[in-house]
Design a binder for this molecule. Structure first.
Ligand SMILES: Nc1ncnc2c1ncn2[C@@H]1O[C@H](COP(=O)(O)OP(=O)(O)OP(=O)(O)O)[C@@H](O)[C@H]1O
Length: 594
């Protein structure tokens, strides 16, 4: 909680004024029984009309004043809590942005969504209630006791016993339910995760007729959440009957004691009514306090979860300034790089070494899960190598500031991600000050010009969330264009042409070829045709670099490459086998010549 308090610093005034006005309301509330007692004992008992009317107007005035201060307190509490929640949400969101991919993988998106939304809402709710009621209820309870002493000391002693017993009951329930609220939020993470997965994959679910299984799984987790919520709810609900029983017991004792005192002539009826009123106020306040404590419990559990996120220090640190270095002819080099994803056993890349000259086009090929994406992710420093080092322009990648690094590298990820907004806005993610001409040039190069020209409003065409109003191939071409707008020194296309037809893929490669000299390009692909003409091809197999060289060199020397290539070009296998035979058994040998 203390970690979160800093986000309240801009709302100090509101955080003080809200309980202050609530305190004024308490004062008015505590004076009401005294005025009523005077009305009864002086006005009614003495048949004094003037006193009755006078006190009636005093009560009206006190009610109006009470209402005004109550609304004012509500206003300040709402202002402080909504402002606090907005700042906290922003801070958590900003903090999450600084997490490394490993940290994001480990935490998972679902829990981050719950913490940024539901958890922060619960904290906001708790703060709002806390500012208004946390002081009011104890004020009223203790104030009632003090006022009871001013009315009759003997009877007031009942309050002295009743109040600690009541507080003990409230504390006990609180102690039992706090840890359970954390579990509830954990289960909510699971339900959020399932909701997200099922809604984003709804088409696949329907295509595979998995609706029933999805519903059953959701049902199971939803029921678990409900069960736990019910249990916590029942535990919390105990609070009301428990406080009622205790307070009613105290009331019975109070009335029987006070009745005797009135009978003996030591007390007046109005004073008994006042004492009863104080007891009634206590009941109401304790009930409010009980529900406040439930809300505060929930809110404390959620605040803890939010604070846990803020506590995480970003695993990836960047220097303040990029270290000075002499430019190298080598754009990218890997020196004995090994990489393991967090919490996984075997490394996804083992002892990888290669170097790439500036302006070269590098093809990366290998089977599914062989480590292609992992390798290019290390070039963009989405992850840090577990062992060995990655060099950019002859300098360790860790010595670059984040901005310099991001400026140097343009990445087109495997999954084309576009954002809600116009095409122009999406293209400008590459470079904020890109002109329309530059955007069109990038679109042409990415074979996306025609797509945009056909759309209403062209660059002003509105993309829906995730670019869902485009086809998969169209989205891919736009993401390639976005990376090209950036004009990076190193361009990484991670299987970015997989949804393109062969002709478009070939045209794209031709256009990228024209970039040579300026840009070092990494082309990850499962298609041999896409990388065949690269100056250097890296062949991965199960995290190992099993071949590097040109296409011809690899066909001769690398079994894995040969297999991939021949599986896609079977006619080449026949040619290769024949040539190979011819080399092994030259014509002279076959004819039996020496
Ligand atoms: N975020 C992750 N956490 C844990 N393991 C991962 C993660 N991403 C990939 N892996 C594992 O690392 C290995 C290499 O994965 P990678 O995505 O680099 O393969 P790839 O060659 O790009 O595959 P594909 O051609 O299918 O895209 C795989 O065994 C995969 O299961």
């Amino acid at each position: 909680m203390r970690r979160l308090a800093v986000y309240l610093k801009n709302y100090k005034k509101e955080s003080i004024l809200a309980p202050f006005f609530k305190f004024l309301e308490v004062v008015f509330d505590l004076l009401v029984p005294v005025v009523i007692a005077r009305m009864i004992d002086v006005g009614i008992a003495g048949n004094n009309r003037e006193v009755i009317i006078q006190n009636f107007f005093i009560l009206l005035l006190m009610a109006a004043a009470g209402l005004t201060v109550s609304i004012t307190a509500q206003f300040f509490a709402a202002k402080a809590s909504t402002g606090f929640a907005a700042e906290l949400r922003q801070a958590v969101f900003d903090h999450v942005q600084s997490f490394s991919f490993s940290q994001l993988d480990r935490l998972g998106t679902d829990t981050l969504i719950t913490r940024l939304t539901d958890d922060i809402n619960q904290v906001q709710n708790g703060l709002n209630m806390g500012l208004r009621l946390l002081l009011r209820s104890p004020f009223i309870v203790l104030g009632s006791m003090v006022m009871a002493f001013t009315v009759n000391v003997r009877c007031a002693l009942i309050f002295v016993v009743a109040i600690p017993v009541l507080f003990l009951a409230v504390f006990l329930i609180m102690y039992l339910s706090i840890p359970l609220f954390r579990n509830v939020q954990g289960k909510l993470d699971k339900v959020t995760g399932l909701t997200r997965e099922n809604l984003t994959g709804v088409r696949v679910i329907r295509a595979f007729c998995r609706e029933q299984e999805s519903v059953a799984e959701f049902d199971l987790h939803n029921r678990e959440l409900t069960k736990l919520n019910e249990f916590v709810g029942k535990l919390s609900a105990l609070l009301n009957p428990l406080t009622y029983v205790l307070i009613n017991l105290a009331t019975v004792i109070l009335i029987s004691r006070a009745g005797i005192q009135v009978h003996l002539g030591n007390m007046q009826q109005g004073e008994v009514v006042a004492l009863y009123n104080y007891m009634a106020q206590m009941i109401i306040e304790l009930i409010k306090l009980a529900s406040l404590i439930i809300t505060l419990n929930k809110s404390a559990a959620c605040a803890g979860r939010v604070a846990d996120i803020l506590k995480i220090t970003p695993a990836m640190d960047y220097p303040e300034e990029t270290a000075a270095h002499t430019p190298s002819a080598c754009a990218v080099a890997f020196e004995h790089v090994t990489f393991s994803y967090p919490d996984t056993g075997a490394p996804s890349l083992s002892d990888i070494s290669f170097s790439v000259e500036k302006g070269q086009t590098v093809g990366i090929i290998g089977g599914t899960g062989s480590g292609k994406t992992t390798l290019v992710n290390l070039i963009a420093r989405f992850y840090d190598a577990t062992e060995g080092q990655v060099l950019l322009d002859g300098q360790n990648i860790r010595n670059y500031t984040q901005d310099v690094l991001r400026e140097k590298i343009g990445v087109v990820p495997q999954k084309a991600a576009l954002f809600k907004g116009t095409i122009r806005e999406n293209m400008k993610w590459g470079r904020e000050d890109a002109t329309d001409e530059e955007i069109w040039a990038a679109l042409s190069m990415a074979q996306a010009r025609e797509i945009v020209e056909k759309k209403e409003g062209q660059l002003d065409f509105h993309l829906t969330q995730n670019g869902k109003n485009l086809s998969g191939g169209q989205r891919q071409r736009l993401t390639i264009a976005r990376a090209l707008v950036k004009n990076p020194e190193i361009l990484i296309l991670d299987d970015s042409a997989s949804a393109l037809d062969f002709a478009t893929d070939a045209a794209l490669r031709k256009a990228l070829h024209a970039l040579r000299g300026n840009v070092t390009t990494f082309l990850v692909s499962q298609r041999s045709a896409s990388i065949r003409h690269a100056e250097q091809i890296l062949v991965l197999d199960d995290g190992l670099l099993v071949g590097k060289g040109t296409h011809d060199q690899l066909v001769d020397s690398c079994e894995t490459y040969r297999e991939i290539f021949f599986s896609q070009f079977p006619e080449e296998r026949t040619k290769y086998t024949e040539n190979h035979k011819a080399e092994s058994f030259p014509a002279s040998k076959r004819e039996g010549n020496p």
